[in-house]
Design a protein around this ligand. Structure first.
Ligand code: SF4
Length: 696
């Protein structure tokens, strides 16, 4: 078969950002092939990555703007769609004020798009009401990392350090399903004599590979971490010199941990004291060790403090800011890291600057050529923004997100979206959220455009176009350019990604996430550049910073800060009406809300729909056999899916993957109780009851 030259680029899905080669085929379509030169995945791809090109097909995607007419979405021209959208944004602003306009972004948008979207909201619309779906992803880890270290970069070291450390505690992460190629780092760790401890209420495929699996009740990871710290102190395993030289706040954190006895921890978590002691022994024995968290401990209404408790464990044992040691967050979405650095978050400006910091406002306003006093202040967090739709917020522009499936209390969010005066969605496919829109804009995707992403390692990468988009499809930057012009802002929204990146470099210069020394040329020549990477003042370019905190932490005094955190219950504990806990998560063949992966035949065949995983004892109690439809009910609604019976889950817990809409939508059930600091909803734990669906 005739082929054209291949293009090295990166997967559109998760934050591992695996390298791949794309080759357009003369007969049509695109071939995805291994790219062994990229050090993170060394050619390996999971099923999602291997089949990613299927979503490029016009057969499964949007190829024309749509407008609602007579209750239906019908094709229209770009000019008509943009005219209508600009007119409705303008008239809503005139009637209700700028904060009646909402903007909702996504962790899959490139850095350039995230940057431009944040600027568009604050400069072209003048609204403070912008946030993005990454709030639902790693915001608790970001808040805890910033509190402890003065800086949040998911992993402060490259993945290649993992095989050389002595022990890793992996908390609430099912890498075997979410990012399978990363498992090799943990296999190599064990081959090198290191140990792996997995903390997860389910015996997942990841937990099966562990030397020790701890299975706490959902929502009790904070107590578990406190119990481990208690034993570290009681057994004299703290690193007193490190604590003295490199940290502050130890006495308060120590007192908080010592207030909770291991026997109490056993009662709260269900993890036995001997298991706790074994975990402490494995973690403290080697010279170096790491704690890595993911959504399990983070997606809780106490997520920030839960991650803080795990960071405390690292600090008390001298395991942060030292070679081959530290705390890291495994960010989930493709550009979850970059997405939170460049201004689409409600409280952030580009460069990971704080929106309420006068110096930061002055710097960014200078780059944007606007009056700093004219920049809006911080707005609502993602769930709070969605909850305000139809009341305080009358019109919404949504880019690259599908909250009808992915938001907590999803039926309520869907109802709020329906109540809007005007909803516009820019997306690749007609997602469940786009189906509700008044205007839908079909936009280009990963293999059709240039742009940068920042992986979970803080490695900035260049995506390159391999194919032309279908006629009728335009870029997100084009959308923002055209809308801003129609709203009377003629300059400042270029359509060329490199031009946007050049401005992003200036806006980030001197900030915590400094990209000023990174250029497209460098990214094309290197296998990514780790931020911070300031622009060099001499002839030698700054090499980037793969490892953070080795000399000092990014706090004003250079010391890491312990957090005095105490155990507290989840927002919703089981009771007589709702006696079980629901926890939600992912399966290997689907990605996030499934908007893209549910359109890929091979992935759908592997994971065709939702299920309710329950323990054999629970199944026997309610009379459920494998495959029987069961209904899960929480205080927010009901979801029905086939039973999947497995002794891998605790008898007091049921699990549902959240990738599907409709009657099996797991997020119909989840609790929007928010963490007070990160504003993360409690996806990982809510009280439910489970019943077999009777005959009609
Ligand atoms: Fe893509 Fe993530 Fe799979 Fe790699 S692990 S191929 S980045 S979905």
């Amino acid at each position: 078969m005739d082929t054209i030259a291949s293009t090295p680029t990166h997967c559109p899905y998760c934050a591992l950002q695996c390298g791949m080669n794309l080759t357009p085929l003369a007969a049509g379509g695109v071939e995805v092939a291994e790219r062994p030169d990229f050090p993170v995945n060394r050619g390996a791809l999971c099923g999602k990555g291997r089949t990613a090109a299927a979503v490029l097909s016009p057969a499964v995607r949007l190829t024309s703007p749509l407008v609602r007419s007579g209750g239906r979405l019908v094709e229209t021209s770009w000019a008509a769609a943009l005219d209508l959208l600009a007119e409705r944004l303008g008239s809503t602003r005139e009637a209700y004020g700028a904060d009646a306009l909402g903007v909702f972004g996504g962790g899959g948008l490139t850095n350039e798009k995230a940057y431009a979207l944040g600027k568009f909201a604050r400069v072209a619309l003048g609204t403070s009401q912008i946030d993005y779906n990454g709030r639902f992803c790693m915001s608790s880890a970001a808040a805890a990392g910033t509190r402890a270290f003065g800086l949040d970069r998911g992993l402060p070291f490259p993945l290649e350090d993992i095989p050389r450390t002595g022990c890793v505690i992996l908390v609430g992460s099912n890498l075997a399903e979410t990012m399978p190629p990363s498992l090799r780092f943990f296999s190599e760790l064990r081959e090198n004599g290191g140990t792996l401890i997995v903390v997860d209420p389910r015996r997942t495929r990841t937990a099966e590979q562990a030397d020790l699996h701890l299975a706490p009740r959902p929502g009790t990871d904070l107590a578990l971490a406190l119990g481990l710290l208690h034993l570290v102190v009681a057994e004299g395993r703290t690193d007193e010199e490190y604590i003295r030289e490199r940290t502050t706040g130890w006495e308060e954190a120590r007192a908080a941990a010592m207030a909770l006895w291991p026997e109490q921890v056993e009662r709260i978590t269900g993890v036995s004291v001997p298991q706790l002691r074994e975990a402490v022994r494995l973690f403290c024995a080697p010279e170096s060790a790491m704690v890595l968290t993911a959504r399990g401990p983070e997606q809780q209404s106490k997520g920030t403090d839960t991650v803080g408790a795990w960071i405390n464990l690292c600090l008390a044992t001298g395991r942060a800011g030292r070679p081959l040691s530290g705390y890291g967050c495994l960010t989930g979405q493709g550009n979850g890291q970059g997405g939170r650095e460049h201004g689409q978050k409600a409280d952030q400006l580009p460069g990971y600057r704080k929106l309420d910091d006068p110096e930061a406002r002055a710097h960014v306003a200078g780059v944007w050529g606007v009056d700093p006093d004219a920049l809006p202040g911080p707005g609502r967090s993602a769930y709070e923004l969605l909850d305000a739709l139809g009341t305080d917020i009358r019109a919404l522009l949504l880019m690259g997100s599908n909250p009808v499936v992915s938001a907590p209390r999803a039926a309520h969010v869907e109802e709020r979206l329906r109540s809007l005066d005007f909803l516009a969605v820019a997306d690749v496919v007609l997602s469940e959220t786009a189906e509700l829109a008044d205007v839908v804009l079909p936009v280009t995707q990963w293999a059709e455009e240039t742009g940068t992403t920042t992986s979970l390692e803080g490695r900035v990468l260049l995506r390159r176009p391999a194919v032309a988009p279908p006629p009728g499809v335009r870029g997100d930057l084009y959308v923002l350019h055209e809308l801003s012009a129609r709203l009377g802002v003629e300059k400042g929204f270029p359509t060329d990604p490199e031009e946007v990146f050049e401005e992003l470099r200036r806006a980030s210069a001197g900030g915590p996430a400094d990209y000023s020394g990174i250029t497209y040329r460098r990214l094309a020549e290197e296998t990514g550049v780790f931020w911070p990477c300031p622009e060099s003042t001499d002839e030698v370019a700054h090499p980037g910073t793969p490892r953070l905190f080795l000399d000092r932490f990014a706090t004003p005094d250079g010391r890491a800060r312990f957090a005095a955190v105490a155990h507290r219950a989840t927002a919703e504990e089981p009771d007589a009406d709702y006696p079980l806990l629901l926890t939600t998560g992912r399966v290997v063949a689907q990605y996030q809300s499934g908007a893209q992966t549910r359109r890929v035949a091979e992935l759908n065949a592997a994971a065709p729909g939702p299920f309710v995983e329950l323990h054999p004892r629970l199944a026997a109690r309610i009379g459920a056999a494998e495959g029987d439809p069961v209904t899960v009910t929480s205080r927010r609604g009901r979801a029905t899916a086939p039973a999947r019976i497995s002794s891998a889950i605790r008898p007091d817990t049921v699990f549902m993957p959240f990738h599907w809409p409709g009657e099996g939508r797991a997020n119909t059930l989840t609790n929007p109780a928010l963490d007070p600091t990160s504003r993360m909803p409690e996806f990982k734990s809510c009280a439910v009851r489970v019943e077999v669906v009777g005959p009609p």
